[in-house]
Ligand binder design. Structure first.
Ligand code: AMP
Length: 216
């Protein structure tokens, strides 16, 4: 089974890799960040809560996030595998995920960590643009769209995420180091963690990750 978690600091390329992996392996992509952004756009009760945290780079509270993931992982399309991107981000979330995936019979098979140096994260996030409509990721230098400001995939407008500014990024990196990085040891101790070099380019990284996923 391919029940996968993608881990790595903000800007490591989780979203890009998730998009490549879902089309290659035909798995649902569960990005808590995307789910929150969608809820904010639609002004749902979840969106109202999430927006108080997201824009300045803080984490949405665990109980809210865990409930959302439990509901999503229980859906039918996750029966044959899934890719979690941006969850878990704290030890309580990781422990809750272990329990809930056991409860629903969809336990984690792979934890893929994309290891990327801090200088590169700052550069990537600063130049990152995303499609307002479909969420496809671009970069003003390394992954330019064919037409400036326009999404290659759906023609939507490309925007900069509100939390991709320097101040929010610093907060996100601090939170990553303090709250999220310790999860790597947790998964190492469960024998699930595999780390990959995030500097080799998206296509090379896809090849390396695919080797692991196809070997099992
Ligand atoms: P991302 O798109 O994964 O970078 O997430 C964007 C923002 O959504 C984060 O900075 C958090 O504010 C919020 N968020 C996403 N996933 C989580 C999570 N697992 N726990 C708490 N907050 C989250």
């Amino acid at each position: 089974m391919k029940n996968i978690i993608l881990m790595g600091p903000p800007g490591a390329g989780k979203g890009t890799q998730a998009k490549l992996l879902i089309s290659k392996f035909n798995l649902p992509h569960i990005s808590t960040g995307d789910m929150f952004r969608e809820a904010i756009k639609n002004k749902t009760p979840l969106g109202v809560i999430a927006s108080q945290y997201i824009n300045d780079g803080h984490l949405v509270p665990d109980d809210v996030t865990i409930g959302l993931v439990k509901e999503r992982l229980s859906q039918e399309d996750c029966a044959n595998g899934y890719i979690l991107d941006g969850f878990p981000r704290t030890i309580p979330q990781a422990e809750a995920l272990t329990a809930l995936t056991k409860e629903i019979g969809r336990e984690i098979d792979f934890v893929i960590n994309i290891d990327t140096p801090k200088e590169m994260l700052v550069e990537r996030i600063g130049g990152r643009r995303v499609c307002k409509v479909c969420g496809a990721p671009f970069h003003i230098v390394t992954r330019k769209p064919k037409v400036d400001g326009v999404c290659d995939v759906c023609g939507g407008e490309l925007i900069q995420r509100k939390d991709d500014n320097e101040e929010a990024l610093n907060t996100r990196l601090e939170i990553y180091t303090k709250d999220t990085k310790p999860i790597l040891d947790y998964y190492e101790s469960l024998g699930l963690l595999k780390s990959f070099d995030g500097t080799i380019g998206a296509e090379n990284l896809l090849k390396e990750i695919s080797k692991l996923l196809e070997a099992k």
